[in-house]
Design a protein around this ligand. Structure first.
Ligand SMILES: [Zn+2]
Ligand SMILES: [Zn+2]
Length: 208
């Protein structure tokens, strides 16, 4: 007669089919969990709980990412629609009120210099704000969801890349592409052989 693996009772109800691994233990009604033996059943429960926790973390991280992207978009559109015209306006002020020396160089009026410094300070402040917001939001969630910060760090591909990083990535690829094109163009002009060059010279001389 088969006995329960956990209590040696002979009132066995089933043999465990195992959770993600073979088991084969017999178990009684007291040691049955979710249609498996106690150990395998608990493992199954924990795995389910882990899955739910990860789903919850991911949802929270995506929510933060969405807000973060919104903040960055606001910053970048602010740069284009407010900061850029403002800089052009300062340039205009500078050209209008700056003193020209004998070489035509303009020395900026102190007012314009002060405004420019304040503008750059504000720009840095507004670029810094979304970073602080994101950090704080993640730290806040960490209180109720331990390891959330680490989770965000490790699952960026699923949550979404922060907008500044995305822009930097595109910029890096663009620079890489330009360098590649330049190298190819150089290679092309260097690969022209001597006879080719001679023919071209003759053609040039003949006006062809
Ligand atoms: Zn038992
Ligand atoms: Zn089992």
């Amino acid at each position: 007669m088969a006995r329960c693996y956990y209590c040696s009772s002979e009132a066995v109800v089933a043999q465990c089919s195992g959770y993600e691994a073979d088991c084969g233990r017999f178990y009684c009604a007291t040691h049955a969990v979710r249609g498996l033996c106690q150990e395998c059943g608990m493992e199954k429960l924990h795995a389910k709980a882990r899955e739910l926790i990860l789903e919850d973390y991911l949802a929270k991280a995506k929510e933060i990412h969405k807000q973060d992207t919104k903040k960055w978009l606001r910053f970048y559109s602010g740069c284009i629609f407010i900061f850029l015209p403002w800089i052009l306006f300062l340039q205009l002020l500078n050209n209008t009120f700056g003193k020209r020396n004998e070489y035509g160089e303009i020395s900026a009026p102190p007012g314009v210099i002060i405004l420019a410094i304040i503008s750059i300070g504000l720009l840095i402040y507004f670029a810094w704000k979304p970073r602080v917001w994101r950090k704080r939001a993640i730290a806040q969630v960490e209180f109720t969801r331990p390891g959330f910060k680490e989770f965000v760090r490790q699952n960026e591909h699923e949550i979404g890349t922060p907008l500044p990083k995305k822009i930097t990535n595109v910029a890096v690829w663009a620079v890489f592409g330009i360098i590649l094109l330049a190298v190819m163009a150089l290679g092309e002009s260097a690969s022209e052989s001597q006879p080719d060059r001679d023919i071209r010279d003759i053609k040039n001389r003949l006006g062809m």
